[in-house]
Design a protein around this ligand. Structure first.
Ligand code: SF4
Ligand code: SF4
Length: 428
């Protein structure tokens, strides 16, 4: 995440980005090679396909024996490598690189399975659309342990500077309408709530669904705050909205579902905001898997040593350490930051100024919490200082006068505790 010096927005009001009336979208040509990241560790022994396998655009690639993990190829070509990739906090992914061939062929397996939106089924959505732009949360729809009663469609964007969902609402309202109708059919959930900014209310009235307004100040569009302020439900600490029957999905993901069933093809192009070193923004469309370096090339951006690349928005995004990091189904922004604009992480101690506590929407005593996080005492942080009440808005890091990386500490702590709990459950 980024400190205030870069965003140039000042306390107390951080307004979400808004789309121009006639936004232009720059399309990035298809790269020579794309890389698809699957959210599961590399397991060479159980792989279901090999290097040199031919793939078509829109083809589902099931990864491992006895697993339902898959990616969807965004290009036609040949698998050039399958390897392990390490992400944030040491999380393991499987990386599938595909060398692009000259002539594009569209895979028709989804079309046969879908056979038009009349026969849309939850199985088809689950088996083919998890990797579509916007990352439809398909597993949540079929989790029998956590039945979903309400679906919230976010037409606003959750982080600053991002305009993906706003663009989809403006440019593809019919796909959203179709996606909602399919969602109702396949999930049986009729309680669909759209959340939007004031400027989107008119466009969204065309969907015929309930539209609720969220205000344009960060972090109002984060799920926990929508739950509280729009649905009037509190999510208990450590729980998620789906734990209490509410599933969030972005307008882009809904449009992906609508477009997939309408065209018989799985969409493979992601829309995101590129923020350049001078702070200027462009709306970009690129195949999923496109390396960031190709996007920089298209915009004549030169990276120098120690410049920083962030995937995601300025408050909640994460640094990546390679120019070749690929665009993923949930990449809503890529930010390039000049080395001179990156604040040095300070080693100043907490001064107890209280600024973080004043901005925290979860009312956490962050000045106390941070001491335990710095010392690596994660269990105490969770048990005594409300770690799990944090809704991950990043505001505490943004305002901290000592420039402490509080939000990074919080994410690392939650990740480590999650890993420890999983290991404990697995080992009985
Ligand atoms: S990221 Fe910081 S400010 Fe935001 S909810 Fe968590 S502790 Fe509070
Ligand atoms: S803003 Fe930073 S320095 Fe101030 S109380 Fe919070 S952690 Fe301490």
């Amino acid at each position: 995440m980024i400190k205030r010096s870069f965003i140039g927005l000042s306390k107390p009001r951080l307004a979400y980005g808004s789309l121009e009336d006639t936004p232009s979208l720059k399309q990035i040509p298809t790269s020579k090679e794309v890389t698809l990241l699957a959210d599961c560790p590399f397991d060479k022994k159980n792989l279901l396909f090999k290097k040199k396998a031919a793939v078509k655009t829109g083809q589902r690639l099931l990864l491992y024996k006895e697993s339902d993990e898959y990616v969807v190829s965004s290009v036609t070509g040949e698998v050039s490598s399958i390897s392990s990739y390490t992400g944030d906090f040491g999380r393991s992914y499987t990386a599938i690189a595909i060398e692009v061939a000259g002539d594009e062929e569209i895979d028709d397996e989804f079309n046969s399975a879908a056979s038009g939106s009349k026969d849309a089924s939850l199985e088809t959505v689950k088996n083919y659309l998890a990797f579509a732009p916007g990352n439809p949360p398909v597993k949540l729809f079929s989790d029998k342990d956590k039945p979903i009663n309400t679906i919230v469609v976010c037409c606003v964007d959750s982080d600053l500077l991002i305009t993906t969902n706003q663009y989809i609402v403006k440019s593809d309202i019919d796909a959203i309408k179709n996606g909602i109708s399919i969602l109702k059919t396949v999930t049986g959930v009729n309680d669909i709530i759209m959340v939007a900014s004031q400027s989107q209310m008119h466009e969204l009235s065309a969907t015929g669904e309930k539209v609720n307004q969220v205000n344009d100040t960060y972090p109002s569009a984060l799920p926990h705050l929508i739950m509280k302020n729009v649905l009037g439900k509190m999510v208990p600490a450590g729980k998620t909205p789906e734990d209490i029957g509410v599933c969030f999905i972005s307008a882009e993901a809904v449009a992906s579902i609508g477009n997939a069933f309408k065209s018989g093809q799985i969409p493979v192009t992601k829309i995101f905001t590129l923020v350049k070193k001078d702070g200027s923004k462009s709306l970009v469309s690129a195949r999923i898997g496109t390396p960031a370096s190709d996007i920089f090339k298209a915009f004549n951006i030169t990276l120098n040593e120690n410049d920083r690349i962030i995937f995601g928005g300025p408050m909640t995004g994460s640094s990546v350490y390679s120019e070749d990091h690929p665009v993923q189904p949930d990449t809503d922004a890529i930010i390039v930051q000049d080395k001179d604009d990156i604040p040095v992480i300070s080693d100043y101690p907490c001064t107890n100024c209280g600024d973080c506590i004043r901005v925290c929407p979860a009312n956490i005593q962050i000045n106390l919490l941070v001491r335990f996080l710095e010392a690596g005492q994660y269990e105490a942080a969770a048990d005594q200082y409300d770690l799990y009440s944090c809704i991950e808005c990043g505001l505490c890091s943004y305002v901290c006068v000592s420039e402490m990386p509080i939000f990074q500490y919080i994410r690392a702590a939650k990740y480590e505790l999650g890993r420890a709990n999983t290991a404990e459950a697995t080992n009985g």
